[in-house]
Design a protein. Structure first.
Lengths: 66, 261
């Protein structure tokens, strides 16, 4: 299925969990957060949250800023 | 130096200088500048990770056991975006502090105060320690305090402009108007600007570009630490009153007589 991650269109396995997606993309967990379709996802839901086709995923972390 | 601490959301800080982490030529220069600044609170932006998620993180250069992170909502143009960004920062484990920015105009980066007030209400209700970046309007500062802001952070001049404290009289009125701490955020260009903010009685100063875009950020960070301390000390000491004419510092009596004959 196709989802959008940080603005990039991406092919992933059907029903992939957020946890599996983060692992697949090699995203460090410390100080990162995820939103799916504009809703911030609690960390505790990563394992159980199955993504659906067309989902828009944002994965963020702290960057230099003022 | 005898002084009270800066208290933000129940947390005590001895440093009254808050510094940003953007625009440095390298992470190593940033790390040294943070050290020299003596700051205990550092601002960070919340941005998309690069994919695949490899590479250096800014947090490899910030000891989060020593520095308190202050995530910002820079780049948000609506209350909704700013609130969602704050939730992201909290979920990422960056704590309850939020430097709230709702920008109204890309050219000046002046705040959209209507959106700012709305977002402040929402986030204060949700338990955040809200630190809104606002304009130098005393009425707005009061509204933000009433909405639950933990501090108010009026600009001295536009973000990244280095124009200094453009309206010290408004900053002074803000200080008389609100009872929460007042931190000048944005506009400082050099050490004297920071000292002026503190001499007015501000509780702190927040800056990024003045240090990061200076000729020597590590030296400027030290200059800013000293300026904030000097300004604070001068404020606490209480300046002399201004007079139009001279008043001799040396005794008028006992001057030798050099007249001839």
């Amino acid at each position: 299925m196709t989802i959008t991650v940080n603005g990039q269109s991406m092919e992933v396995a059907d029903g992939v969990s957020v946890e599996a997606l983060l692992t697949q993309l090699g995203v460090p967990r410390r100080f990162t957060a995820v939103a799916v379709n504009r809703e911030v996802m609690p960390r505790g839901d990563y394992e159980s949250a199955a993504l659906r086709p067309g989902d828009r995923v944002e994965i963020v972390r702290p960057m230099g800023g003022g | 130096m005898y002084d009270t601490n800066l208290v933000i959301g129940g947390k005590d800080f001895t440093s009254r200088l808050i510094v940003g982490t953007g625009k440095y030529s390298s992470n190593d220069v940033m790390r040294q500048a943070l050290e020299e600044s003596g700051a205990e609170v550092v601002t960070v932006a919340v941005r998309r990770v690069s994919l695949p998620g490899k590479g250096e993180s800014i947090l490899d250069f910030i000891d989060t056991t020593r520095f308190t992170l202050l995530p910002n909502t820079a780049g948000c143009y609506t209350a909704d975006e700013a609130v969602r960004t704050a939730y992201l920062a909290r979920e990422a484990g960056m704590g309850e502090l939020i430097k709230l920015e709702v920008i109204g105009d890309a050219r000046t980066l002046f705040p959209d105060v209507a959106g700012l007030l709305e977002a402040t209400k929402t986030l204060a209700r949700e338990g955040f320690t809200v630190m809104p970046y606002t304009n130098d309007d005393p009425v707005m500062a009061k509204r933000l305090e009433e909405a639950g802001a933990a501090v108010v952070m009026p600009l001295g001049a536009p973000i990244g402009s280095g124009l200094g404290i453009r309206n010290p009289y408004n900053i002074k009125i803000i200080l008389e108007t609100v009872s929460v701490p007042v931190i000048v955020d944005a506009g400082v260009g050099t050490a004297s600007d920071a000292a002026i903010a503190m001499e007015l009685g501000c509780d702190g100063v927040l800056m990024n570009t003045a240090i990061a875009s200076s000729g020597d950020p590590v030296a400027m960070a030290k200059a800013m630490r000293l300026a904030v301390q000097a300004g604070r000390l001068a404020y606490k000491a209480g300046r002399m009153s201004k007079k139009l004419y001279a008043t001799a510092s040396s005794p008028l009596e006992g001057v030798p007589d050099w007249t001839t004959s």
